[in-house]
Every structure is written in C-alpha cells, then in structure tokens.
Unconditional design. Structure first.
Length: 120
C-alpha cells in the first residue's frame, strides 16, 4: 500500500512516566501518525466520508495522551493510540511515534520516544 494520511508534531500535555512526579505533573508529548489507508475513492469523490477524518483521529489522540489515564511506558501509550486508530476498518496499518519532549534525564536530550507499527 502506498496511500497514507500523515499527522506530524501533535503536541499534547499528559501525565505519563515511571517516576511519581511524571504521573502528577503534566509534561509535553509529541505524536506523529502514519495511517495506511486506500485513498483512491476519496481522491475521486472529494468527499470526507470516503476517507479517514484525521481531525477525528487527532481528537482521539488528544483524549488518550491528555486524558485522566496515566501510562508508565511510552510503549503502552503508543500501543493504545495505535489500537484506537485501527478501530476504523479503513485503516490497514498505523505507525505511531510518541516522544517525551522533556525527559527526566541528567543528560541534555531533546526528546526520547518510541515508534511502533500495528497492522490489521
């Protein structure tokens, strides 16, 4: 498949991490999504109903990252986002990148993150 919907640099405050302070003090996360979807029909009809609405996908990611549920691992957070994206049967596969923009490390690191791919 070569068709893809891309979301880049979605920033959301969330309370995810292993350390206790990460689970109570919100910190910024950045999410990228690649949704593999057949886009031929939407390209022909120019109708939103013939594609995956990336606005709805973004809203659901914001709910997951910024919601009340806290995950210890970025791997789990990315997995929950991926599973949510696959609810829409038109999504054949999804790649999710999640980055913690201010990781609690002594070293000067711009971000840490994970990238996972899940297929239908």
């Amino acid at each position: 498949m070569t068709d893809r919907i891309e979301v880049r640099g979605l920033r959301v405050l969330g309370t995810h991490g292993v350390l206790p302070e990460e689970r109570v003090r919100a910190q910024p996360f950045e999410v990228d999504l690649d949704l593999d979807v057949v886009l031929a029909r939407a390209a022909d009809t120019d109708e939103l109903g013939d594609t995956v609405d990336y606005g709805e996908v973004v809203d659901r990611v914001v709910d997951v990252v910024g919601g009340t549920r806290s995950y210890r691992l970025l791997e789990t957070l990315a997995g929950v986002i991926a599973a949510d994206a696959l609810i829409d049967e038109r999504v054949e596969s999804v790649t999710v990148s999640v980055r913690k923009l201010h990781p609690p490390l002594a070293a000067d690191v711009a971000s840490v993150g994970v990238r996972i791919t899940r297929n239908r």
